[in-house]
Design a protein around this ligand. Structure first.
Ligand code: IPM
Ligand code: MG
Length: 364
């Protein structure tokens, strides 16, 4: 029995999650596995209704008890985080980043995959060219929250924001990336993306750890290195070069938005916040799209692809072959459905949100 916690979240989150759950129901029937879903209302609106301050977090957005409950699930399925009535940063820090950190989801796995029939903004590139995986470290770097103000709100104000790389945190991320690349067995090429010509401490640690682990344990994997700025250039010029990328948190955040664009937009970009030893959380990369909320026009493909990833990852993690197979089946249904859609942009798909969900179910 697979136990899934569901956080619809804000804006169009609940709409896309509904389609993901519809696909889950259909595929579970096909592949013969049982599951339960439990909803958690952790939306911004719920926070405000409980007396939450829209400008600064004054009460927990997710409580310690809820986090303790979430730990007991096999996976978390998340829609979107971000409410126009709440100052940016409050929900992001208080919910999304809090869950990633508390549940120690130290990997953010973001495939950059152009599905057939999806228009690519790169001239002369097709599905064979845009198909690689980004493994973003998800708990350290500039994201850990260190820093502070000195003489705040005076003309002599100083602000610091600290970047950390721990050998433990870097090694566990690198190990996941090397193993992932080996199992994928494509080009067996792992690219480290960093900025070691400027970030000569934190990224020197990454560089040494990368080479030491590669030499000692992964001689079968070809190691490659890009400075992050050059990587942005290559994403556009030669995306077919990449197999697997491993990248620190902040640069990973940035390059995966570029990755989402070359794979056809936020409507198709899926992601997973993974704790290989604990509970993982799967979410479309795109935001809550307030202007499309409630209109049944948002693209659910990214959310459905995140469900496919959930099934594959959890199927492997818990050794449930039927669940793993279901994930692959959903992925194939997405591949079959994309060419039928006019566009991957909200409102231009030629179908409503619910109709796209139905098409995927039919294609299963
Ligand atoms: C992402 C988002 C988040 C991040 C924000 C919403 C905190 O941009 O998942 O990429 O920076 O990680
Ligand atoms: Mg981002």
């Amino acid at each position: 029995m697979l136990k899934i916690a569901v956080i619809g979240g804000d804006g169009t989150g609940p709409e896309v999650v509904r389609e993901g759950l519809k696909v889950l129901e259909a595929v579970a029937r096909k592949d013969g596995f049982q599951y339960t879903t439990t909803e958690f209302d952790l939306s911004g609106k719920a926070y405000l209704a409980r007396g939450g301050d829209p400008n600064k977090q004054n009460i927990p957005i997710v409580t310690d008890e809820q986090i303790a409950q979430l730990r007991k699930f096999d996976a978390i399925y998340l829609g979107a985080v971000g409410d126009p009535d709440i100052v940016p940063g409050v929900l992001e820090l208080g919910l999304l980043l809090r869950l990633r950190f508390e549940l120690d989801q130290y990997i953010n796995l973001r495939p950059v995959k152009l599905y057939p029939g999806v228009p690519c903004p790169l001239v002369d590139k097709g599905p064979a060219d845009v198909d690689f995986d980004v493994i973003r470290e998800n708990t350290e770097d500039l994201y850990f929250g260190g820093g502070g103000f000195l003489r705040k709100n005076t003309p002599n104000e100083v602000a610091t924001q600290e970047m950390i790389a721990t050998r433990f945190g870097v090694d566990r991320c690198l190990r996941f990336a090397f193993e992932f690349c080996r199992r994928k067995n494509k080009k067996k090429q792992l690219t480290l993306v960093a900025k070691r010509n400027v970030l000569t401490y934190a990224h020197d640690l990454w560089w040494r750890a990368f080479n030491e682990m590669g030499d000692a344990e992964y001689p079968d994997i070809t190691r490659d290195y890009n400075h992050v700025d050059a990587c942005c250039m290559w994403f556009v010029k030669n995306p077919e070069f990449y197999d697997t990328i491993v990248v620190p948190n902040m640069f990973g955040d940035i390059i995966t938005d570029l990755g989402a664009m070359i794979q056809g937009g936020m409507g198709v970009a899926a992601g997973g916040n993974i704790n290989p030893q604990g509970v993982s959380m799967f979410e479309p990369i795109g935001g809550s799209a307030p202007k499309y909320t409630g209109k049944n026009v948002i693209n659910p493909i990214a959310a459905i692809a995140s469900m496919a990833m959930l099934l594959r990852v959890v199927g492997d993690q818990k050794n449930l072959p039927a669940v793993r197979k279901a994930g692959e089946r959903v992925e194939k249904a997405i591949t079959a459905t994309c060419p039928k859609m006019k566009s991957q942009s909200a409102g231009k798909m030629g179908y409503s949100t619910t109709q796209v969900g139905d098409l995927i179910c039919e294609a299963l």
